[in-house]
Design a protein around this ligand. Structure first.
Ligand code: UD1
Length: 366
């Protein structure tokens, strides 16, 4: 048996780890242990995803919680080390680009355990983004790198990563989307919120570069104040964003918008139903750019760059500068035109199976 410790920690990790754990189980050749770092801990940011996505209960929860980057990452490392020492896995598998990804990855390689990174190679080339640092560092210490799109393969080549380690397998987040689409279609979230398909825009915002900077945040809110006159806005608000807005003038302006529904973070199936039926999505998330590409829903990414360029070259995504003017210009373009996209190579729901196959073959070679 191939013994793998799989790590998850923050909300976008859960939909990535779910199909991988399933594929390992179906292969019959893996013994897996699931570790949740506890980076995200609210019911709405964590537990609900395990039930809906049929992820087994984590074997171990490190319960690190929120803190500064240094403290959070250090706590993850301190608490993960004894887990490896006790269980001595063949591999540690990490997903995505959050602090749990690099924290656990670093602990693994320091103890001589091979690291696997799913969603490797993505680069925004913006080193002020905490996730970019996590990506570059995790990839540089990984033994097997599973990539979602060709740009990732090209980036790793340029960084000198041995091509034997790099495998273009598709996108595990899309595995989860395709596996759950039918169930999500049955969600009653639109009725609950009084929405008609295509007649609203769904919003998510949580990047520090947008919501920790009051000037940028204000530019975005000012654009929403114009758009809500024409289209309902639904905004499941991330805890970071809520904290920043609470008790401020911007928070009051958000609450004053008659056509803006400010709601709690949604569970996976409800959120997928909400985005599938939206006329438009405005986001600064990474994964949502990919999900809207598969769903064929127009997406405005409120960021200066993306580490997922295929969502623009092939999908329905576009980058929008953080100014009221640019947000409104792009909004009008989309409303007046037609947005069409195609499905990126290998985004077919089978990425996790491919990951399991590659690891099995690598083990035979060793
Ligand atoms: C983290 C990831 C980011 C990812 C995002 C998805 C890093 C560096 N960032 O950012 O890449 O896109 O998750 O959500 O790993 N909080 C709660 N409840 C929770 C979790 C957080 O209230 O369950 C609050 C805390 O006040 C915390 C803040 O939200 O300080 C931010 O949480 P944190 O985990 O530090 O970063 P995110 O912004 O969520």
């Amino acid at each position: 048996m191939i013994k793998v410790i799989c790590v998850c920690g923050a909300r976008p990790n859960f939909m990535k780890i779910a199909p991988i754990i399933r594929a390992f189980k179906e292969s019959g050749k893996f013994e897996t242990l699931l570790v949740h770092t506890g980076q995200h801990y609210d019911k709405k940011m964590s537990h609900l995803f395990f039930d809906e996505l049929n992820i087994p209960k984590p074997d171990i929860n490190l319960e690190v919680g929120s803190a500064s980057h240094a403290v959070q990452t250090a706590e993850i490392m301190k608490r993960f080390e004894p887990v490896i020492l006790e269980h001595r896995p063949d591999y540690v598998l990490v997903v995505g680009d959050v602090n749990s990804t690099i924290g656990c990855g670093l602990v693994a390689v320091k103890l001589g355990v091979k690291l696997i990174h799913a969603e490797a190679g993505l680069r925004s080339f913006d080193r002020t983004m905490p996730e970019e640092i996590n990506r570059v560092l995790t990839d540089s210490i990984s033994e097997l790198l599973f990539v979602t799109e060709q740009s990732g393969v090209d980036n790793l080549k340029k960084e000198g990563v041995n091509s034997d380690k790099v495998h273009l397998v598709g996108n595990v987040m899309i595995d989860t989307l395709l596996a759950n689409k039918e169930k999500a279609d049955k969600s009653d979230i639109l009725e609950q919120l009084g929405l008609e398909p295509k007649e609203y825009a769904a919003i998510t915002l949580h990047r520090p570069s947008n919501v920790d900077d009051p000037e940028k945040f204000e530019q975005i809110i000012a654009a929403f104040e114009v758009i809500e006159k024409e289209m309902k806005l639904v905004f499941p608000i991330h805890p970071r964003t809520r904290k920043n807005a609470e008790g401020t003038e911007l928070g009051r302006r958000m609450e004053a918008m008659k056509n803006m529904l400010l709601i709690e973070p949604l569970r996976y199936l409800d959120f997928l139903c909400l985005t599938s039926n939206a006329g438009l999505v405005m986001t600064d998330s990474g994964g949502i750019q990919e999900e809207t590409t598969i769903l064929g829903v127009p997406c405005m990414t409120l960021r200066e760059n993306t580490e997922r360029p295929v969502t623009i070259t092939e999908g329905t995504n576009r980058l929008v500068h953080i100014t009221t003017e640019d947000i409104l210009k792009n909004y009008r373009d989309i409303r007046n035109g037609e947005v069409k996209g195609t499905i990126p190579h290998l985004w077919d729901g089978r990425a996790a199976e491919r990951i399991a196959e590659v690891i099995e073959k690598a083990e035979i070679r060793n």
